[in-house]
Design a protein around this ligand. Structure first.
Ligand code: DC
Length: 220
């Protein structure tokens, strides 16, 4: 078994593709963005000032993030899969992810999880920081309009209301923040393969990655 790292900007299709790859390969999916979202939700719920180092460290010491076997995201034992997907938490997650303490804490957890191999992990710094030795690294992109439309449809499916123009604006803001932060900014690893998914179907993207994976997987 190998590990597969998928990085890219928000709404570029990373999670959707990661889940399908896991089905194909019988691997496990780790959505690292969901972990940053959990930190953001907990900060909001407990009303802490995450710019205060001591308050933030206490939050991190007490946070428990798990994934159920069905893929639900559990924060301190409670299913928060829906709550972490709001536009407000998206922006807050991008904000808390700029904090060094948060990154160090979550990266350590992510590396421990992936040490057994057989993971498809998606995020912003997987190929560069979390799993620099991942056997396959993909950098997934798509233009802003395509990504905003995808998020809009995704929200609609989940029964969440959103506005296309606001979504585009939010994506542009998050792109800026995620690529310009001091600690582990979003960037393509030198050895990652870039795939622009703007004009590709989901199946086309999965097929492309499966070809790359099959070249790396040890032959039986
Ligand atoms: O993938 P996502 O949109 O659910 O991620 C939410 C935020 O978390 C994103 O704006 C940046 C941050 N993030 C990160 O900094 N590093 C990761 N590996 C994953 C997410």
């Amino acid at each position: 078994m190998i590990n597969i790292a998928i990085d890219g900007p928000s709404a570029s299709g990373k999670s959707t593709i990661a889940k399908l790859l896991c089905n194909e390969l019988g691997y496990k999916h780790l959505d690292t963005g969901a972990m940053y979202r959990c930190v953001a939700l907990k900060a909001k719920q407990s009303g802490i000032d995450y710019n205060d180092k001591a308050e933030l460290e206490e939050l991190l010491e007490n946070i428990k993030i798990d994934f159920s076997s069905e893929g639900a995201v559990l924060l301190d034992g409670k299913d928060v899969s829906k709550e972490i997907r709001t536009d407000e938490i998206s922006m807050l997650a991008s904000d808390v992810s700029t904090k060094k303490e948060v990154r160090e804490h979550l990266v350590e957890l992510q590396q421990a999880i992936a040490s057994n191999k057989g993971y498809v992990m998606d995020g912003r710094d997987i190929g560069t920081v979390v799993l620099p030795d991942a056997e396959v690294k993909i950098f997934m992109t798509a233009d802003v309009d395509t990504r905003a439309k995808r998020r809009y449809l995704e929200n609609k499916e989940k029964g969440l209301k959103s506005n296309l123009r606001e979504l585009s604006q939010e994506i542009i803001e998050r792109d800026y923040q995620d690529t310009h932060r001091k600690h582990s900014p979003l960037k393509k690893a030198d050895d990652a393969i870039e795939i622009d998914t703007s004009n590709l179907t989901i199946n086309q993207v999965v097929d492309k990655i499966m070809v790359i994976v099959s070249e790396v997987l040890p032959k039986e």
